[in-house]
Design a protein around this ligand. Structure first.
Ligand code: TRP
Length: 443
């Protein structure tokens, strides 16, 4: 296999109107990264995801237009990167279903967003799943399909998304394992610790949920008004001012080069009045935003052009990657042309039986002996600990023979009343039984 460039993939949720915090924290660094040589970059509008929260069609359409225009105005070049809309690639929902059928429900139960909803319901004495849609529950599977369909290697995300990337790895790995070939590269999350979080008007993190944002493309007059409403302390002109903890200063820093920032700090020390400081901040932000705003206005005025750009991106991507991959995956799972005879197992076609699971014995840190059952890289069963290695050996032999029924009680596995261990998260008793059957068959 010839080495291919690293694939970097970023999904952009199409909800709301972008603000300065999104620009500094997400758009600007992503666009800078898109210009780095040696990577193949994928940027897409996650409009199918947006339906989970936004169910106002006119707003969904408007938001998609605004976000697409924002990225283009900020300098994303559709001739150099893949820029597309998720809903233009029907192979993504199709892959979502294939992944759904290998994804452990127990893993999805532990997704942060879903768990948070359940916890809130419990705190309020509601039914666990009150108000929770299956869409929210399945969010991580759709996201995994976004990533796996293009075999992305790196996915730049915020901390809150790391778990989703881990799930994408898990589902991809399970699929590879079940169908016996490396169909999917396993993606890695990339979290940029450097990225600034911008304070909002009230000094807390700029966020839509705090209502303290400055819209990225606020008109000049509105931008000025908002900047002048940023909180300050009550120091009078002439009194030295602290740069530390000053939202005004932090926003300035996010837009200025180090020389300008040092200069601004000097002005603070010399007692610049808050009004003057705000005026300088306004001018600095406006200088960076104004040309972009002009491009943005021109783009939004010609929505048909944006539509063409997005469709063109999706069309080329489907032809190049998505359609051939799905054809391969359909064949892999057995959705096949009935006229083509079921051939003898062909390892290249993914028909080969998967390698059997294996028991691994080891010694714990406390000196006791234990074991686990692994299937490929996936843990199926974590064994209990025993005083003697012989006990472990006997237990494994019995599990292999399958001469007594395994029972599960609250996650703990028992064999005729004796402790065996615990099923790995997301693994059901049926999966364990199937794995033991395969092991017996291979022996
Ligand atoms: N969940 C991501 C967010 O909220 C958006 C997203 C959807 C995404 N699909 C993706 C990000 C795939 C990276 C890769 O920000």
């Amino acid at each position: 296999m010839s080495p291919r460039p690293t694939r970097v993939l970023t999904g952009i949720t199409t909800s709301g109107t972008p603000h300065l915090g999104n620009y500094v924290g997400a758009v600007r660094p992503a666009i800078a990264a898109s210009r780095a040589p040696g990577a193949e970059s994928f940027y897409f509008l996650a409009d199918l995801h947006s339906l989970i929260k936004a169910q106002d069609p006119a707003r969904t359409q408007r938001s998609t237009l605004e976000i697409a225009a924002t990225w283009l105005a900020a300098g994303l070049d559709p001739a150099k990167v893949w820029f597309y809309r998720q809903s233009d690639i029907p192979e993504i929902p199709e892959l979502t279903w294939f992944l759904t059928c290998v994804a452990g429900k127990g893993i999805l139960n532990r997704a942060h967003a879903y768990k948070a909803a359940v916890d809130r319901n419990r705190a309020e004495g509601e039914d666990d799943d009150a108000g929770v849609t299956a869409g929210l529950f399945m969010y991580p599977v759709l996201m995994a399909a976004d990533i796996l369909i293009f075999n992305a290697d790196k996915v730049p995300v915020g901390r809150d998304q790391i778990q989703h990337i881990e799930m994408a790895r898990d589902f991809g790995q399970r699929f590879n394992h079940v169908y016996g070939r490396e169909y999917f590269a396993l993606p890695e999350a990339v979290v940029d610790e450097q990225v600034a979080t911008l304070p909002g008007l009230d000094g807390r993190k700029m966020s839509k949920s705090y209502g303290n944002t400055i819209p990225l493309f606020a008109r000049t007059g509105e931008l000025k008004k908002l900047i002048f409403s940023i909180v300050t302390d009550s120091r009078a002109p002439g009194e030295p001012k602290d740069t530390a903890g000053s939202p005004l200063f932090q926003i300035y820093q996010a837009f200025a080069d180090p020389g300008e920032t040092a200069e601004f700090a000097r002005a603070f020390a010399e007692g610049i009045g808050w009004g003057d400081a705000k005026q300088r901040l306004f001018e600095r932000v406006e200088a960076e935003i104004a040309p972009m705003r002009e491009r943005y206005d021109a783009l939004v005025a010609r929505p048909g052009d944006i539509e063409d750009i997005l469709r063109d991106g999706a069309r080329r991507l489907r032809e190049r990657y998505a359609t051939p991959l799905l054809a391969e995956l359909r064949h892999a799972v057995g959705l096949r042309d009935l006229a083509a005879q079921a051939a003898a197992p062909d390892p290249e076609a993914g028909d080969a039986p998967a390698a059997p699971p294996t028991f691994k014995q080891y010694r714990e840190a406390d000196g006791r002996f234990s074991f686990k059952l692994v299937d490929g890289d996936a843990l199926l069963l974590q064994g209990a600990a025993f005083e003697a290695p012989r006990e472990v050996g006997l237990l494994i032999a019995r599990l292999k023979r399958g001469d007594a029924p395994l029972a599960e009680e609250g996650g703990a596995l028992r064999l005729e009343g004796a402790a065996v261990g615990a099923l790995a998260p997301g693994v059901g008793l049926d999966t364990l039984r199937a794995a033991l059957a395969r092991l017996a068959e291979a022996a």
